[in-house]
Design a protein around this ligand. Structure first.
Ligand code: BGP
Length: 498
């Protein structure tokens, strides 16, 4: 059965400056926390591969953009590097950085690819981190200045802007679980970092919108639906509510509605975790709401109540426990559960609880270790598992769209295998293989041609049986509601010009 997507649906991919550009010390770029951390502790990075050793997109973007065209991309998200544009994070501008981004964005446009520009992808300029990073209110103002500079400088080349990619991740990585610099563990500081990040996003949007009303502003959030072990058990249901508030709604509700989600303040207050706030900030949050949302979806969150309640919680996990779902399908390379229905659940939640705002899948993909084991004699990776992974997620997305959810695009993570933080090149996510042994050659995988074909026809063959998988034995909802000819979705997107 074929599903036809609406005309203008975004087909493309996402990447980020720190994971693809390389040239960490070239072109006048300032240091980021990643450059610094690698200098301090190279052994934290898989095979000691650091942030200078990525895809060399800085020098090879033209070749990559040509390939994106062949993959059928009509849109591409990457981030601008704050430290490449403003080496100290605030103050002097690096004109070489400006010229690089103008050339790169123009190249995308010349090839008919819509640039979707993100301002921050985990890459704090070191100079600002040395003054406290997101803990320091000054960083919020510096970010708003940086954002406004980008809107003015590149606004003739791009109109779709994102403030942050997964703002909860630097909170988790840097201030709770130790996988980002500065790798401290302190819930109160973590909440302050989260609050200031949200404020920076809203401040940038409020200011940008006042000056550039024609732009569309958004944020990318990694939404991880929280599933309780037993929904009928009040303890498990409460565990799921808390996890959802802390990890999803903490950024989702302020971004969409300009206020805190009900219940979050009560939880933070109960344990002395409330952030410091200043007069006038509530109004900034109210003004800086988004026009559209990017949803990164990789895995669900499975939670249950704590067997022994913790008397003095210090971390979110002191308020609930994780558990392994007995039916879980795992991507063992990454240790993440594969649960395509999560896409549908997110879509319905956004439709029913967040006014059906326009959104797109801004990242979805599968990272696999030792992928060369799947190469054929020509060196092409036969990544049928990736094709199936994408198709299963698109099947649920199609179902959600069929039910009126306002999704307008799908971006794969990622186009070309790239550097992944402390995991470096361990897990490969690309439609294109990066052959590090042969001068970083770009070699399309089998999924590349499949993606191109899908984008060209703007349709997919639904994954048979996918919907039935979680509905034990019943005829899938999808098969019940989708006619043989496929049905176009009709949703709020009429007002959101693609
Ligand atoms: C998202 C990030 C990306 C990317 C991806 C894959 O959270 O936005 O930057 O890295 O996840 O995850 P990982 O690289 O950790 O395997």
């Amino acid at each position: 059965m074929t599903y036809q997507f609406l005309a203008g649906f975004w087909w493309g991919g996402a990447s980020s400056a720190p994971q693809s550009e390389g040239a960490a010390a070239e072109g006048g770029k300032g240091k980021t926390i990643w450059d610094h951390w690698y200098e301090l502790e190279p052994e934290r990075f898989y095979q000691k591969v650091g942030p200078n050793d990525t895809d060399d997109f800085f020098h090879r973007y033209e070749e990559d953009v040509e390939l994106m065209c062949k993959a059928g991309f009509n849109s591409f998200r990457t981030s601008l590097s704050w430290a490449r544009l403003i080496p100290d994070g605030d103050g002097e501008v690096n004109q070489e950085g400006v010229q690089f981004y103008r050339r790169m964005i123009s190249c995308l446009r010349e090839h008919g690819i819509r640039p979707v520009l993100n301002l921050y992808h985990f890459d704090m300029p070191l100079a600002l981190q040395q003054q406290g990073g997101w803990e320091n209110r000054h960083t919020v103002d510096a970010f708003v200045r940086y954002a406004s500079f980008c809107f003015d400088t590149f606004g003739d080349l791009a109109e779709d802007w994102l403030t942050f990619n997964e703002p909860i991740v630097p909170v988790e990585g840097g201030y709770l679980y130790g996988f980002h610099y500065p790798a401290v563990c302190d819930m109160k500081r973590a909440v302050q970092v989260g609050y200031h990040t949200m404020l920076a996003s809203a401040g940038a949007i409020a200011q940008g919108r006042a000056k550039h009303p024609e732009f569309r502003f958004g944020i990318v959030l990694n939404l991880t639906p929280s599933y309780p072990r037993d929904a009928a058990d009040p303890g498990d249901a409460e565990a799921s509510r808390i996890a959802d508030l802390l990890f999803n709604r903490s950024f989702l509700t302020p971004s969409v509605r300009g206020c805190w989600p009900e219940g979050l303040g009560e939880i933070l207050g109960r344990y002395g975790w409330l952030p410091e706030r200043a007069a006038g900030e509530k109004e900034i949050l109210e003004k800086g709401t988004i026009d559209f949302l990017g949803v990164n979806y990789y895995q669900p969150r499975r939670v249950q109540k704590k067997q022994t309640p913790c008397s003095a919680p210090k971390l979110p996990e002191d308020l609930f426990s994780y558990y392994q779902w007995e039916d879980a399908e795992m991507n063992t390379s990454r240790g993440w559960e594969i649960y395509p229905k999560g896409v549908y659940d997110i879509a319905v939640m956004l439709r029913d609880e967040y006014g059906n705002l326009p959104w797109y899948i801004s990242e979805n993909g599968i990272g696999i270790m030792d992928e060369e084991q799947f190469a054929d004699e020509t060196g092409m990776i036969l990544d049928d598992y990736r094709i199936r992974f994408i198709r299963r997620h698109l099947t649920w997305l199609a179902q959600a769209m069929q039910e009126g959810c306002a999704c307008f695009g799908y971006h794969i993570w990622t186009f070309l295998d790239n550097w992944s933080w402390c995991n470096a090149f361990k897990n490969r996510y690309g439609l294109v293989r990066l052959d590090k042994e042969h001068g970083n050659a770009r070699i399309p995988k089998r999924s590349f041609a499949w993606f191109a074909q899908t984008a060209a026809t703007n349709s997919i063959e639904l994954e048979k049986g996918e919907m039935a998988r979680y509905e034990r034995g019943s005829l899938s909802q999808c098969e019940k509601t989708m006619g043989d000819n496929g049905i176009r979705n009709v949703c709020a997107l009429r007002t959101f010009h693609l």
